[in-house]
Design a protein around this ligand. Structure first.
Ligand code: SAH
Length: 198
């Protein structure tokens, strides 16, 4: 695991103290709409920095059989397991995203990118690239807002994100989401990136 100011201790204390302002208690509407049009129920899906992972619960409930959740925080994952007793335990990964090994058709981004230090953004894109199968997709939401400079959530802009993401991935779409929850309306970008086949 790489040394970072915002490691396991930082996140565990957030979860322990209930300082989880990012947690919207449900699948965010843009991701729900995306999930609802997926047809391959066997595809391998990862949700890193998943917290209570409403997306994974929703996918599992819909019949997706290869959904994986990952978070540094043991507390977050315990909460997830408690709320979803039938979700396969072996698909719940309590580890650092940068240490994870696997091959996925789809990776979902929801308030994880902004949890990482901006200095890790290049590594994030490289790691996503290495976890995706050729033709696999990274899909999700990014804040289109400068947010905080010294602690998570770290924000940014479309120009900045395009710069990072297009380095390794094909950016198919990155636009202001039209169906964000009210407090995030106009402040988040929905994006779809594909790992090129060759
Ligand atoms: N996606 C969830 C949680 C977002 S908060 C939601 O939207 O509700 C960010 C989460 O990322 C926290 O649960 C934190 O523990 C986790 N996290 C931060 N750095 C991580 C890392 N390097 N590897 C894995 N998880 C990490």
């Amino acid at each position: 695991m790489k040394e970072t100011k915002f490691g396991k201790k930082f996140w565990e204390s957030k979860w322990k103290n209930g300082e989880t302002g990012w947690d919207i208690g449900e699948v965010s509407p843009p991701l729900k709409l995306y999930i609802d049009q997926l047809k391959n129920y066997k595809q391998h899906i990862l949700i890193p920095g998943c917290g209570q992972c409403y997306e994974a619960a929703y996918l599992h409930q819909k019949g997706f059989t290869n959904v994986h959740t990952l978070d540094l925080s043991t507390i977050a994952l315990e909460k997830f397991k408690e709320a979803n007793p039938n979700f396969p335990k072996e698909n719940v990964h309590n580890e650092d995203f940068f240490d994870h090994k696997g091959e996925y058709d789809l990776i979902l981004e929801q308030t994880f990118f902004c949890a990482l230090e901006p200095a890790q953004r290049k590594d994030y894109v490289h790691k996503m690239y290495s976890l995706l199968k050729p033709g696999g997709k990274l899909v999700g939401l990014l804040f289109d807002d400068p947010l905080s400079k010294d602690r998570p959530p770290f924000g940014g802009s479309k120009t900045e994100y395009l710069n990072y993401f297009s380095h390794k991935l094909k950016v198919d779409l990155m636009e202001t989401a039209h169906n964000s929850i009210l407090p995030r309306r106009g402040r988040e970008l929905f994006f779809i990136c594909t790992k090129p086949v060759d």
